[in-house]
Design a protein. Structure first.
Length: 70
């Protein structure tokens, strides 16, 4: 489980689920934004996309690095 810091642009909580799958591991990220002020006016799917895009890119890069070590 994780929680954003008080100074983060988007307050959120969530976690990760790690599952063994054929040939690897699947990681599922859970994201629950706690929207208020400005972010309360932005639809949740857009907030989720803004928040998850960098995380998704970092996970893809991590996957590449780990797979190159085999």
């Amino acid at each position: 489980m994780y929680e954003s810091t008080p100074t983060a642009a988007v307050q959120a909580e969530g976690g990760q689920i790690w599952q063994t799958v054929d040939g690897g591991t699947r990681v599922t990220f859970l994201f629950r934004p706690q929207l208020g002020d400005f972010w309360g006016l932005v639809p949740k799917p857009i907030v989720r996309r803004i928040y998850m895009r960098p995380l998704s890119n970092n996970m893809k890069r991590l996957k590449q690095v780990l797979e190159s070590q085999r």
